[in-house]
Write a protein that binds this ligand. Structure first.
Ligand code: G3P
Length: 216
């Protein structure tokens, strides 16, 4: 499963990119606001740091302006992926931009039929929002499983980019369900490596090693 960072904070992106574990970045208008930076400038800097796909989201809601904004975003760097909301205008814009050779990430996906539609439109990625479904008491993981089954039935090439990931359990369940990508805040990735028994076991190993008086 590919790991994307869901942030527009270039310091966090730089830190994680240095690990070699980062496969891409997703942003959205809320994350751009949080960054306090100009969208074109911050996306250009992120695209310099990360080799993988970097999602930049259009702000328009009508087909023609979505196309214009998408083409502008794509001019920022070769690894820009145009992010569009799953509305009828967004799906139509996705088809047009894909036909023009651009990568697209169809976002705010909350049911399997939306995912089916964007796959038919040739989307590069679909972003089902797990956490926001969970927030409503709906099993977000069920959506990942449904999309995986549909995409496998028809060999759709659209990649499932699991989003709105809040916990390490979400990451595990997405990997088990066959999501192609998980995009998550840096804090969620950092939490993946942690386990109290690992810390306890390492402390015991180091204490015993100290007693050997040896060096390697
Ligand atoms: O950026 C898309 C998605 O990951 C947003 O997640 O936590 O705002 O529901 P969240």
């Amino acid at each position: 499963m590919k790991f994307f960072l869901d942030t527009a904070d270039v310091d966090e992106i730089r830190q994680w990119s240095a690990t070699g574990l980062l496969d891409g970045v997703t942003t959205n208008p809320s994350l751009i606001l949080k960054s306090g930076r100009d969208i074109k400038e911050v996306l250009a800097e992120i695209c310099d740091i990360v080799d993988g796909d970097v999602s930049g989201e259009v702000a328009a809601t009508d087909y023609d302006t979505m196309l214009a904004e998408g083409r502008k975003l794509a001019q920022i760097a070769d690894n820009i992926c145009i992010k569009l909301p799953i509305t009828m205008d967004g799906v139509r814009a996705c088809k047009t931009l894909v036909d023009e050779g651009f990568k697209t990430n169809m976002t705010l996906c909350f049911n399997a039929n939306q995912a089916l539609l964007v796959a038919k439109a040739g989307a590069t990625y679909v972003s089902p929002f797990i956490g926001r479904l969970d927030d409503m008491g709906i099993d977000g993981m069920e959506l990942i499983e449904e999309i995986r089954a549909i995409y496998d039935n028809y060999a759709f090439e659209t990649e499932i980019l699991a989003a709105s990931i809040r916990t390490g359990n979400h990451v595990k369940m997405c990997a088990m369900a066959g999501a192609d990508v998980g995009t998550m805040p840096p804090s969620t990735i950092e939490a993946l490596v942690k386990h109290p028994l690992t810390d306890k076991g390492l402390a015991a190993f180091l204490a015993d090693w100290e007693k050997t008086g040896q060096t390697i």
